[in-house]
Write a protein that binds this ligand. Structure first.
Ligand code: MRU
Length: 349
């Protein structure tokens, strides 16, 4: 059986935190060494590291970087205040993916619960980030195993954005079932929406699938309907940045349109993500904060203007797909079917 190698998005090499700069893909593979929270904040905000689970893990290491330089004899109370300050700062890097605040709170709580000196707090913060990374890696494989069963018998699937290995610290969320299926000898053909405006589908999904030897065809976002109409795909599978308590799903801008197309063509629309992406404190999609990004991402391409200077731009980074369009949610704890309110509560219990 072949094994798919995960992209090394965020790692700790025993001394330093390093990350793949995803803004340089697919042309260049540049590895960054992140020295402090300001650099980590910048890397998350500018999408050098991106994808809900990956930014959670990156921020967890950022939290440790925020206390790393404190002298060991710093009063513990002072170190705790600094940890909480760095946590709030990192949590503000991007608003939509709940994994960011979830991962930061999990690691801050683990560090603060560890008794002892400032040196103990620092060590605990690092251990918490390493443990999170390893748990998140295992989670992606379990998502892959649950999802692979749903894709059995299919020849082609369509995905939007990048919810692959590059968006996590393992096999991905939406792409994990495709990788697990490939490992077992069932090779699916993936149609990857290019995903305007930042092209995560064309630049990153296509790159990582190619690297893994999984056949992939890049299409512009406007071609998804034709691909479905021509019967090239038997399902759609995407990732998620936040799942509200009622099953509404925030994911990359354009996902909602793909879900509507899937419904119109009678195709299942699957959403894959770890249970940490489920936010029971958010009642529905209307309560999810949607990140608004710079106009330049829409008006410019490779530094060249594609629209007249000064034109008004609408650039939400995410949209919300209503729960009624979601066929099933694939998590590491199993597949959840509608009605979602109870299923989501059960899986989080
Ligand atoms: O803006 P990005 O590139 O961070 O957006 C990523 C997505 O929308 C992914 O689909 C989502 O985070 C799920 S990743 C496993």
């Amino acid at each position: 059986m072949r094994t798919i190698d995960a992209v090394d998005t965020v790692s700790f090499d025993g001394t330093e935190v390093t990350m793949l700069d995803q803004t340089r893909l697919p042309g260049e593979r540049v590895r960054l060494t992140i020295q402090d929270t300001a650099q980590m904040h910048e890397a998350i905000r500018t999408l050098r590291v991106r994808g809900a689970p990956a930014i959670g893990v990156a921020a967890a290491f950022g939290l440790w970087l925020g206390v790393r330089a404190l002298p060991d004899d710093t009063p513990r109370a002072e170190a705790e205040t600094q940890l909480r300050r760095e946590q709030a700062y990192l949590a503000g890097a991007r608003p939509t993916a709940v994994n960011l605040t979830w991962a930061l709170e999990r690691c801050a709580a683990e560090a603060l619960q560890t008794p002892g000196s400032t040196a103990d707090l620092k060590r605990a913060a690092l251990e918490a980030a390493i443990r999170l990374r390893s748990d998140e890696e295992a989670t992606t494989r379990r998502i892959g195993e649950h999802g692979a069963a749903l894709l059995a018998g299919l020849q082609g699937v369509l995905t939007h954005c990048n919810a692959g290995s590059a968006a996590t610290v393992g096999l991905g969320t939406a792409l994990a079932p495709i990788y697990v299926a490939a490992e077992r000898g069932h090779v699916l053909h993936v149609f990857a929406d290019e995903t305007r405006p930042l092209l995560q589908g064309a630049r990153i999904t296509a790159w990582e699938l190619q690297e893994a030897g999984v056949p992939v065809t890049v299409i512009t976002d406007s071609m998804a309907a034709v691909v479905m109409r021509q019967g090239k795909v038997g399902a759609v599978i995407v990732g998620c940045d936040r799942v509200a308590a009622n099953g509404d799903v925030a994911n990359k801008i354009g996902t909602y349109g793909v879900a509507l197309l899937a419904r119109a063509h009678g195709l299942p629309f699957y959403v894959a993500g770890p249970t940490s992406t489920i936010d029971l404190a958010t009642p529905d999609g209307d309560h999810i904060e949607i990140e608004q990004r710079a106009a330049q991402e829409v008006t410019h391409h490779g530094g060249v203007a594609m629209a007249p200077a000064g034109v008004d731009v609408f650039n939400p980074a995410f949209d919300v797909t209503p729960a009624e369009l979601v066929t099933a949610l694939i998590t590491e704890r199993g597949v959840i079917y509608p009605p979602y309110t109870q299923g989501l509560r059960d899986v989080k219990a």
